[in-house]
Design a protein around this ligand. Sequence first.
Ligand code: AHR
Length: 665
Amino acid sequence: MKIQKHSILLQVVVMSLLLSMLFPAGVAAQRPLKFTVKANEVKTAVSPNMWGIFFEDINLSADGGIYAELVKNRSFEFSAPLMGWSIPKEVAANGQVLVINRQLTNAANPRFARVTVPDIRNFALVNEGFRGMGIKAGERYNFSVYARQESATPVELTVALLDETGKAIGSTTITPAGNSWQRYKGSFTASATVSKGKLQVAFKGPGIVDIDMISLFPQHTWKERPNGLRADLVQLLADLHPGFLRFPGGCIVEGRELANRYQWKKTVGDVNEREVIMNRWNTEFAHRATPDYFQSFGLGFFEYFQLAEDIGASPLPILNCGMACQYNSGEVVAVNELAPYIQDALDLIAFANGDVNTTWGALRAKMGHPAPFNLEMMGVGNEQWGPQYVERYTIFAKAIKEKYPDIKLINSLGPGPDGDKFTFLNDTLRKLHADILDEHYYSSPDWFLKNASRYDAYDRKGPKIFAGEYAAHSKGVGNGDNKNTWQCALAEAAFMTGLERNTDVVVMASYAPLLAHVEGWQWTPDLIWFDNLRSYGTPNYYVQKMYANNKGSAVVPILKDNDVISGQDSVYASTVVDSATGELVMKLVNTSANSIPVELTVQGAKLATTGSLTTLRSNSLEGLNSLDQPMNISPVIQSIDIKGKTIRANIAPWSFYVIRSKMNK
Ligand code: AHR
């Protein structure tokens, strides 16, 4: 965040140099909108998990993204077993590579490569990484491989990072010993920064060697963990101070067919034994086909729980409920064969929370986390709909609640916020006294503005709402031209005033999707974009951040003519108090192209004489951030002086403000 400090004393109060000149003398002033804040009239406590994040392995979010592995197809399990690998033509005649399948003895990691080098000439395999490898000068890189010698003469491996011209920028040598599988490691420091590096493994014969799980990680990962995560991306998530982490999706939970649904048990334990499957986003959109998109599950459920803990978020896993994606196969498991799915849910609770003497608790401890992960909620199904969902959910809920009555269950309300599918589930699940209903809305900026008051009249006694996936799409959902424009972010900011005002009903909310590789995306817009070396938060990211970092503890009314402020005169507003800091926290959004004078009168509290003003705005609704201009639209913080109980200001066109002020007793 950029921080500016100003101290501007005006007659009553002062705000933003950026935006206001208060009713200059001689100019016919527009009549100010009069708002009242009732600082001592608590409407509801702010839900502690309110502003969270939604993680799905889409857009190369996991493999090729936050999961810091640099080698693509490290264990030859992609449909084309050598995808991502090539043999330099200068050495192609010097050896052969054969992919061998040992399915019967290693079902989770069946394939390995046998490299035969008939004489002393070098043979080599080169891995292209995920759209290249991002390498940083001076950083250390850890290489590892499972290998065994198949010949009496051992084959020597020279591992080198190559820059874009093919020049080595770091290397190490390994000579595997013996004819049983062992893991070998080596590390080196890179001498140059490149965004499209490659990894070459050269084989010096004569001899035959078997190789598998060829891996290269930067030593510097988030918390310097081996098998770790990209530190810059996790930092962006941590900076949001998210209330929860929803994982692993999204449609990826469902699978195109049940056979490729997300199965958490296959994602824990030894990384070498996690079964690779094709990512469902590989083939989903013809216009963004991504044939090299697979799931290694190096980022698996243990790592998700650990990530949630690291960034202070409550874990929120979503599990398959015996239904594949209804946009794809729509396949459902026979009801009398639902037991293994339910067992997965029960075992997941044991994995997260169980004592270390239980089977699943012991695995968690073995993976390095004896303490429980404090799982309190779980989603049953992603975007399911229809009576078949209700039938399966009911069986799930009964089994889970019987064993773990305190676990809160999140239910699908289908893919959209209205229509037949929504209405059927909304009516049915309310009658079934569901805990939390998951509403999804990808829609136009205008929809978001109109729906800022969506929850003002929602049923207060029924299930809570989880706004589990949302984003404004200015070009229509599924359109590859969608961008993270300021128009979309501003509409979300306006809409979120309605979520905040109604946090007694809407207890959690998350923008979706979270991450996207600039060269490997399938879905746009997304909250955070990255390439192999850099990353940036979109304007939408900063909207999320301003809400999450100004969450407060209780909602108090901000009113105009005794009514909530939700679009009258293009202004949207919500207000919370923060009991930890003793502050009043006001959020104001102006979605019009005009500057709007407002007069905010605070009742029930005496404001301190200083406060802070955070501004997020752009002169253009088409404004964007980018890898080259990551902070183009980003929060600017100023200090402000306050006098009395009325704040007068002009709120700038297309702007989002957060004002914080101490309340004196
Ligand atoms: O966020 C992208 C996709 O949108 C999710 O996978 C799915 O749940 C929704 O349709």
